[in-house]
Design a protein around this ligand. Sequence first.
Ligand SMILES: Nc1nc2c(ncn2[C@@H]2O[C@H](COP(=O)(O)OP(=O)(O)OP(=O)(O)O)[C@@H](O)[C@H]2O)c(=O)[nH]1
Ligand SMILES: [Zn+2]
Length: 391
Amino acid sequence: MPAAGRRRVTRRLRAVAPRSHMEDEDCPDLVPIDVGIVQDSEPGSGRKIPVTIITGYLGAGKTTLLNYILTEQHSKRIAVILNEFGEGSALEKSLAISQGGELYEEWLELRNGCLCCSVKDNGVKAIENLMQKRGKFDYILLETTGLADPGAVASMFWVDSELGSDIYLDGIVSVVDAKHGLQHLTEEKPEGLVNEAARQVALADLIIINKTDLVSGEELNKVRASVRSINGLVKILETQRSRVDLSNVLDLHAFDSLSGISLQKKLENMKTAHAHLDKGIVTVTFEVLGNIKEENLNLFIQNLLWEKNVKDKTGRTMDVIRLKGLVSIQGKSHQVIVQGVHELYDLEETAVAWKEDEKRTNRLVLIGRNLNKEIIKEVFIETVSEKHESS
Ligand SMILES: Nc1nc2c(ncn2[C@@H]2O[C@H](COP(=O)(O)OP(=O)(O)OP(=O)(O)O)[C@@H](O)[C@H]2O)c(=O)[nH]1
Ligand SMILES: [Zn+2]
């Protein structure tokens, strides 16, 4: 990999990251593609390429989903990065040759216009490699290893997206095994450890419950209910052999202001999940009327995500994995969308204007552990009503 062109995440951060994240040595930075001159002369080349992260527990059907997409006729030019960790039915045509300890991915061009390669790592290097083939594809699908934390991978793209990178994070899709998913999701982990399967569901913008051929309707209902109790916001599809309408997977715009309108509908229709007493991941949602100051909102979010000083009744830290919301910021005529993944978050004005006769309001959804709706709402009200001197 060329050292030239490497850039640290240091300026123009849209997604706000605490310092600890920025200094995280485990977080490989993406190499921005050198398109400077070409960009202006070639029509459409300035368009950013969406990346969808495909996650899901070991053997759930991620590779099956990507193979399906690769072999379907769909007039889309999709670059697919398969994770070859599991044996599965990965396209064996693709090669990953180890040379001097470094992996070199070979990209295969398929008959339907798609590109494919398989990798052993988290796939970020494969994307760098792929970007040298710009113009040959319009979309990137990235399979992560079954035990990966998709939040870490997502954060990399998200932070990078405003740094002149040519890609942006479109959404996180999680494949859940209908047969074994319930067992994975409800498995108790020692205190302090996160259940990876549940985390993948918590972070997802779309859930595909796969292998429905292996379960009864009753079992399927249980898996669906378990998924829903973890993530009250996510869209759920059910499949066999991961056969899914591509339009449901691509272009979710889950991380940009375009998702504001669909988020609004979801928030309005959302029923608050029952308060679970267990240690599992849950979704809580609350609404507070009024107009808030941006700096106060920042303070609230940073206390929650960075300082982690919001505790539940028993003193346990509320651990927020995913945060979404639509809020009313003083001085802004449009609704503002809040997005958070782990410690990164971002505020962006949407295209939806507050109507004159409309009550301005703030709706927030949090997915994570040890969340207590009443306490969070109280802390929110306290924080946004405090008079913090603005400069
Ligand atoms: N019965 C049944 N088997 C399926 C279905 N979808 C996938 N499989 C099988 O399940 C196994 C695992 O599928 P993969 O697509 O490799 O799963 P994966 O999530 O990529 O697995 P890892 O990469 O190892 O984590 C394969 O043998 C598939 O053929 C389905 O809908 N029904
Ligand atoms: Zn796989």
